[in-house]
Design a protein around this ligand. Structure first.
Ligand code: ADP
Ligand code: ZN
Ligand code: ZN
Length: 737
């Protein structure tokens, strides 16, 4: 026998299968980890294939040294997903396999076993032979009711595995690896006094469940904020478990609060596993192991939980599917939604994408028939959507009101505070002031390492770079001309909080942004305090907009809605609409109806006007029309070759050379010419980060037929990297800065 193995080295040079001979007495399966000789080293690898024959010359073959586990660590059902990842995201198979194994599991330290113990003969006979061993008797009694045996990890008292071994020595029990067969009905907690579903929820649930019995389906659950999507997910997961299938629920990391986790565990008990970033490596490996061993059958987790080793997956749900955090920012830059879709196809599972503001691309794919659209246009329990007031800040300015909190918002805040209800104030920029500038000479303080202005933070009187973290104490005179007329411009959350305290000195205020949530538990502490009503006002960046369910909030104020609108990015309209709709959706989720005040300098802009009316369809129509006309995704595919270097001239020269080469390649045949819209070498919008200069070749392709050009660009980047140039292909990146 021969094993074709991927060794655990993430290098483009060794990105292929290596063949080893399998010793006579060793049996190997695809997915198993092995120890193999590699040059002078011994390395871990994963068996991808086994074969009876090989073309490799016998003298070149070396044997597998050992198996690491009792059975495949990589779920064999997921080996094809590794191949998908490697081809879709142009990464090595070793890198793809690393995604499927958490770091704590890659080393050989704790092998995976699913050893189970079962009695060999009659229980009474066994008891008779163990008259004096109390613990042995206890274990025999436990096993007597389990003819199929029990996992060593499931025995009823600590130290039981050793007792099991003693029984085995006496010939009374047998220990062997075993696939766990779940008895799906038994370990689910009873449903408590459940709410009765709204008609929209009931319909969505029914449609999803129908596919759990028959053909797997793919759905987009488009439900307005507060329509009760979570309840649909939870019940659908339950239905999958009752059918003996596994399930995964992906949520944005920020939604994985301890309350959410506790609530999820209460609904599913021990069959639930949770994967989030606050887990240590060891804890994560333990949860992972529980899933792999089949003891946990439902997983809730952030992005990377899409790789959780759930066997016979029946249902995969992606909540808040529009969130940019589903895109990995480190290579391989996978998109968890696309991985979810591929995984569902490979494992025959049903996919559910859910959102109040679906990504434009998802909605367009849905209208094209790739997903079934399920709509929940109403909030649960007959609650209305919040009433929205748009405040035109230009008129305020003309009327002489230069405050960032004009009368409309001030009145609403006052009323809400008097009524003892809660308020969320949203402003999407942290710090105190966005930048400092000299009024005498015009000098603006930039980061010494990046091409960005530095943000003023009042709490410690520093200027900080939000890209590299550099900080310096704020100057009192202009560093360029020495003038004392150095001023702060723009508004950040710190200033919103401070001004708010000045106007409403008696209100208790919390702030939630990257600055106040640096510690591991800060986020939880703030969310818990606010939920408990320990503060009346929560000021924050987009963190406050994400999925939270605060029933006490009846007013949401948006300080400056245009904040995200004018960035050089084709998605900025979409992001603005999503953010505003989501943050507005935090109001009025409890008994009392909510209202929203949105302040804007461009209230007639469709992204803002339609967020105010909370009309997703209208926004989608306007946005898709713009994208078709301007040739943006989904009609086009934007990519770039990003060149970075410590030397500005090297970065520029390399990008220019690459640009010429790419351009020439596209001109070579008429067929290639038809696939490209634009090729342009230029400085990246952020021309320097952490002392690295950045230039790019921007390539805009037609979406249809883009596979071949992308392969070319990928190969080109790879060839240049082999020559030592730092260049990366980014396909439809989250940001083009
Ligand atoms: P969404 O995610 O769609 O914004 P959630 O799932 O957070 O909405 O639900 C909003 C609130 O409504 C939650 O507090 C939830 O417990 C409650 N809820 C869900 N379904 C129902 C129902 N059928 N009747 C009453 N309340 C419900
Ligand atoms: Zn100056
Ligand atoms: Zn910097």
């Amino acid at each position: 026998m021969y094993a074709r193995v991927i060794v655990d080295i993430n290098s483009e040079q060794v990105d292929r299968l290596f063949t080893y001979s399998v010793p006579e007495d060793m049996e190997l399966m695809p997915g198993e980890r092995v120890l193999v000789p590699f040059g002078p080293r011994r390395l871990y690898g994963v068996v991808l294939e086994t074969a009876r024959e090989t073309d490799v010359a016998p003298e070149k073959l070396r044997p597998v040294l050992s198996r690491v586990d009792d059975e495949p660590l990589v779920l064999p059902e997921l080996l094809d997903l590794a191949r998908f990842l490697s081809s879709e995201y142009r990464c090595t198979l070793a890198a793809a396999l690393r995604l499927l194994l958490p770091s704590g599991m890659r080393e050989g330290a704790r092998p995976l076993t699913r050893l189970s113990v079962a009695l060999v003969g009659d229980a009474d006979e066994a008891l008779a032979r163990c008259k004096r061993g109390e613990r042995q008797r206890q274990l025999i009694e436990f096993l007597a009711g389990r003819p199929e045996g029990a996992l060593l990890t499931e025995l009823p008292f600590p130290g039981a595995p050793a007792v099991a071994r003693a029984l085995e020595k006496k010939g009374l029990a047998r220990i062997a690896p075993r696939a766990v067969r779940r008895r799906p009905y038994e370990d689910l907690p009873e449903e408590g006094a459940a709410v009765s579903l709204s008609p929209g929820q009931a319909n969505a649930l029914e449609r999803i469940c129908a596919t759990l019995d028959g053909e797997p389906g793919a759905f987009l659950l488009h439900g307005v904020t507060g329509s009760g999507k979570t309840e649909v997910y939870i019940r659908a997961v339950r239905e999958a478990l009752l059918r003996g299938k596994g399930a995964i629920l992906l949520v944005p990391e920020i939604a994985l609060t301890p309350q959410m986790v506790a609530w999820f565990r209460a609904r599913f008990g021990d069959v639930a596993a949770v994967l989030h970033s606050r887990l240590s490596g060891g804890e994560r490996a333990d949860e992972w192991r529980r899933i792999r061993e089949g003891r946990a059958r439902v997983v809730i987790g952030a992005r990377s939980a899409v790789f959780a080793p759930v066997e016979s997956l029946g249902l995969l749900i992606v909540d808040e599917e529009h969130e940019a955090t589903y895109r990995s920012q480190t290579h391989p830059c996978y998109d968890a939604r696309d991985v979810a879709r591929a995984r569902c196809r490979l494992q025959g599972a049903t996919l559910v994408l859910g959102s109040a503001t679906p990504a434009v691309e998802t909605y367009s794919r849905t209208l094209a028939g790739h997903n079934v659209l399920l709509e929940m246009p109403q909030r649960v329990a007959g609650r209305p959507l919040p009433e929205v007031t748009l405040v035109d800040m230009r008129k305020e300015l003309i009327a002489g009101n230069r405050s960032m909190c004009p009368q409309a918002l001030r009145d609403a805040v006052e009323e809400t505070l008097l009524a003892g209800q809660q308020i969320v104030l949203f402003h999407n920029r942290r710090g105190y002031a966005n930048f400092v500038k000299c009024r005498a000479c015009g000098y603006t303080v930039h980061c010494p390492h990046c091409d960005v202005t530095m943000t003023y933070h009042l709490s410690d009187e520093t200027l900080r770079c939000h890209y590299c973290g550099a900080s310096m104490s704020a100057p009192h005179t202009c560093p360029a001309c020495g003038s004392p007329f150095i001023r702060r411009f723009g508004v950040g959350t710190e200033q919103v909080e401070q001004k708010f305290r000045e106007i409403f000195p008696r209100a208790r205020v919390l702030r939630m942004d990257n600055d106040t949530t640096r510690g591991k538990d800060d986020l939880t502490r703030i969310l818990t305090a606010f939920r408990r009503g320990e503060a009346q006002v929560l000021v924050g960046t987009q963190m406050v907009a994400k999925g939270h369910d605060f029933p006490g909030v009846t007013l949401v104020g948006v300080i400056m809605a245009d904040m995200t609108l004018n960035l050089p990015d084709y998605r900025s309209e979409e992001r603005t609409f999503q953010l505003l709709t989501q943050v507005a959706g935090r109001a009025g989720r409890g008994e009392t109806p909510g209202r929203v005040v949105i302040q804007s300098y461009e209230p007639e802009h469709y992204a803002i006007a339609m967020a105010a009316t909370q009309d997703y369809r209208a926004f989608y129509q306007a946005e898709i029309t713009r994208r078709r006309r301007r040739l943006y995704p989904p009609y086009a595919l934007l990519s770039r070759l990003l060149v970075t270097s410590r030397s500005e001239s090297d970065a520029r020269a390399e990008a220019e050379l690459l640009g010429l080469e790419v351009d020439a390649w596209f001109r070579e045949t008429p067929e290639r010419r038809r696939k490209v819209i634009q090729v342009r070498a230029m400085e990246a919008p952020l021309s320097r980060i952490r002392d690295e200069f950045r230039h790019q070749v921007f390539v805009k392709l037609y979406a249809v037929g883009s596979a071949e050009p992308l392969q070319y660009l990928s190969d080109l980047a790879r060839a240049r990297r082999a020559e030592g140039v730092k260049v990366d292909l980014e396909v439809d990146p989250v940001s083009f800065l």
